[in-house]
Design a protein around this ligand. Structure first.
Ligand code: PXP
Length: 248
């Protein structure tokens, strides 16, 4: 089954780096919750926040406040630890996106290895859908990872598209095209399996337009670039521009 989604790609705005700026001064300013509300007003279809083990940007209070302040869905990114599971069940976001996390990394460097830790994830995720929370897994666009994600009960697979985005920024078009074809084929496969397809990581104006041509993608989650551009042009303007671009 193939369903075209032209004109219907949701934009998830990741507001982690508003908290990065706030934390640089250890104060309450700027507020990720105010930024998230502005993003909503500007047309964001959802808000994403990553509660990391080391709380380097988003903190526990941010998550609670986001949940009560937002009208649009909250997507909580987190590592598959007991602490985070308890937090997710307490806050009850619209979706949980499980990501691999290493304390020393600058950002999420790769996808979750669901295949290698299949038994662990299978048990771990059970309470998530049982509590009415959508389950998303941040994985590489790889057949075995997609199959394993389906088998443990994921609703969504978010493909790590960082490699493609980096290649596009470096103008390595033929290498980027290889990645693009992989995302396209794996998106078809995931949809055939009944999974919703999202893309995330490193997306900019340059990569968003081409990635949106993959018919199966239903949502793009974008953080660093949007918050960076917002410093130059304002959150409202960059969200409006990105939404137009992905739904051209
Ligand atoms: N999606 C996931 C699962 C992520 O881990 C991240 C980074 O936190 C993003 C999307 C957003 O990536 P970026 O900040 O590069 O746009």
């Amino acid at each position: 089954m193939e369903t075209s989604n032209k004109g219907k790609i949701r934009l998830g705005v990741n507001i982690d780096h508003v908290a990065t700026v706030r934390n640089a001064r250890g104060s309450n300013y700027p507020s990720p919750v105010i930024a998230a509300k502005m993003a909503e007003a500007a047309g964001a279809d959802g808000i994403t926040a990553h509660l990391r083990e080391d709380r380097r940007h988003i903190g526990d209070t941010d998550i609670t406040e986001l949940k009560s302040a937002l009208i649009k869905p909250l997507n909580l990114e987190m590592a598959a630890t007991d602490e985070m599971l308890a937090k997710a069940l307490e806050v009850s976001p619209n979706a949980v996106c499980l990501v691999p996390e290493r304390r020393e990394e600058v950002t999420t460097e790769g996808g979750l290895d669901v295949v290698s830790s299949y038994q662990y994830y299978r048990e771990y995720v059970k309470p998530i859908p049982e509590n009415g929370i959508r389950l998303s897994l941040f994985i590489e666009a790889d057949e075995s990872q997609i199959s394993a994600s389906k088998a443990i009960g994921a609703d969504i697979v978010e493909f790590h598209v960082g490699k493609y985005c980096d290649l596009i920024e470096q103008n390595e078009i033929s290498l980027a095209n290889v990645e693009f074809e992989r995302y396209r084929n794996m998106s078809r496969l995931a949809e055939e399996m009944g999974l919703e397809v999202h893309f995330g990581h490193g997306i900019t104006y340059k990569s968003a337009g081409s990635l949106s041509k993959i018919d199966q993608v239903k949502e793009m989650n974008i953080g660093h670039f949007l918050i960076g551009e917002a410093i130059y042009h304002g959150l409202d303007a960059v969200i409006t521009k990105m939404k137009k671009l992905i739904n051209k």
